[in-house]
Each structure stands twice: as structure tokens, then as C-alpha cells.
Write a protein that binds this ligand. Structure first.
Ligand code: URA
Length: 238
């Protein structure tokens, strides 16, 4: 059992300052198991807690782990400059909870973006030591040749990198499309590797992290979901 006062619970879930949350409770906007609770000091067990706020149902999460199918023209940076930031397409309380992307996708890259407010998880997941494979589908400007695949598998030298970077796996999906799996997360890595191998990337989608896939999660572009512990375990190298 883990008891917290209701005002702290709402604040921890990103619904505003403690004072604001107290106001919501006193105004009768919060209900638990169908009963309106107006005393903000009420001690509530957070385990498995489901509450309604403004008639919308919420489940208590100590930390949130989110998978988003990121659309194009959305920036992952905290201070977006040319396009809306990724938090603008998620419920507002994630901003209050200081949810942040785990690594980044370019503004024009679509697909699987992991987000969380758990610092230890973000740190562990983004550590280069973890070797988490990330699967991308890249559409290329020039036709995909055997030589391109061989170069990407053998390793290409990128500017500012001490040693060549190689794909973990790479295969042709169509005349102008490849699937490429990388275990590093260097800046513009897929685009730069394709350019270094003599082709160019016209569109890029990340479709999986570890063995967790967007298709498996059933996320259409712009959709998001919480990840449970079993799903998070799939984010590790296979
Ligand atoms: N590689 C890229 O070039 N861009 C991304 O967004 C992700 C990987």
C-alpha cells in the first residue's frame, strides 16, 4: 500500500500546482470509484488507483513510459524553433510531469519515439553501452544497389566519427527502400550513412526499438500509448 493525499496525487500526475489541484478537488471535479472526493487531505492508496477528473478517467502512474508514433514536422527538442514540439501533441499533463523524449528523431523522421519522466529509465535506455537495436525504413532517392547494402553492412566512415559505422542488418525492401537496423544513435545517422554510401534519404521512419514494434503496439501516426513492464522489457537487445 502506498498512501498519498489526493492533492499530491493530482499534482504528481501533472494536473497543475498543488493549490490548483486543491481547488479542483474542493470544486467536486475529482471522483474515485464513482464517489466525488472533496477533501484534498484524504489519504488514498495509489496502487491500481483509477480516478476521474472532469469526468475523464485516469490511472495513477508513478512514472510514465510512452510510445508515440511521431508524425513528420514535429521537433523533439525541448525548445522547438521551426515546428511544434513533440509535447504539444500529447496531453498537457505530460508537459507538467516533465516527460521527455528518449533520444531524438529528426523533425522529418516519423515513427517510434519513446518518452518518459523516469530519469533512470531515460539514462539507461539512451546509454550507448546498452546496444539497443533500432529499426528504420528509409526511402532512398537513388535505386538501392547491392553495393549500397554491402557498404552499409561493412561500415561507412562519417565525418567526426573515429571509426566506420556499420548497420547491424540491412536489406532491400523495394527498388528505393531499405530496412536498416542500427545500435548506435548518432546525429542524423541513417541519413549520413546513406549519403556516405552514395545514396540519399528522402523519407525515414523508425518502426521498432529492440523487439517492440509500432505495428505490435497498433499505433497509427500521431497515436500514443503507455508501455507496461512487459512491453518495456522488449526494448532491450534481443
Ligand atoms: N537517423 C537519422 O538520420 N535521423 C533520425 O531521425 C534517426 C536516425
Amino acid at each position: 500500500m502506498s498512501l498519498l493525499s489526493l492533492d499530491r496525487i493530482l499534482q504528481s500526475q501533472g494536473f497543475g500546482t498543488r493549490k490548483y489541484c486543491r481547488g479542483l478537488i474542493e470544486d467536486g471535479e475529482v471522483a474515485i470509484a464513482g464517489e466525488v472526493v472533496t477533501d484534498y487531505k484524504s489519504a488514498i492508496d495509489t496502487e491500481g488507483l483509477v480516478f476521474t477528473l472532469f469526468d475523464e478517467e485516469w490511472t495513477y502512474h508513478e512514472h510514465v513510459y510512452i510510445a508515440l508514433n511521431k508524425p513528420a514536422n514535429i521537433e523533439c527538442s525541448r525548445k522547438p524553433s521551426h515546428h511544434p514540439g513533440v509535447l504539444s501533441i500529447l496531453p498537457e499533463q505530460f508537459t507538467w510531469r516533465e516527460v521527455q523524449p528518449v533520444g531524438r528523431l529528426d523533425h522529418d523522421t516519423t515513427g517510434f519515439l519513446l518518452m518518459s519522466d523516469d530519469g533512470a529509465f531515460i539514462h539507461a535506455q539512451s546509454s550507448p553501452k546498452r546496444h539497443v537495436p533500432k529499426l528504420y525504413v528509409a526511402t532512398t532517392q537513388e535505386e538501392v544497389s547491392d553495393e549500397l547494402i554491402a557498404l552499409l553492412l561493412g561500415g561507412v566512415q562519417l565525418h567526426d566519427e573515429p571509426t566506420p559505422l556499420a548497420a547491424l542488418s540491412c536489406r532491400r525492401l523495394g527498388s528505393h527502400q531499405i530496412e536498416i537496423v542500427l545500435e548506435q544513435g548518432k546525429y542524423h545517422q541513417v541519413k549520413r550513412m546513406l549519403a556516405a554510401a552514395g545514396n540519399h534519404c528522402c523519407a525515414l521512419e523508425r518502426t521498432a526499438i529492440g523487439s517492440l514494434t509500432l505495428v505490435g503496439l497498433g499505433l497509427e501516426e500521431g497515436e500514443w500509448c503507455y508501455l507496461d513492464a512487459a512491453q518495456r522489457a522488449l526494448l532491450a537487445p534481443a
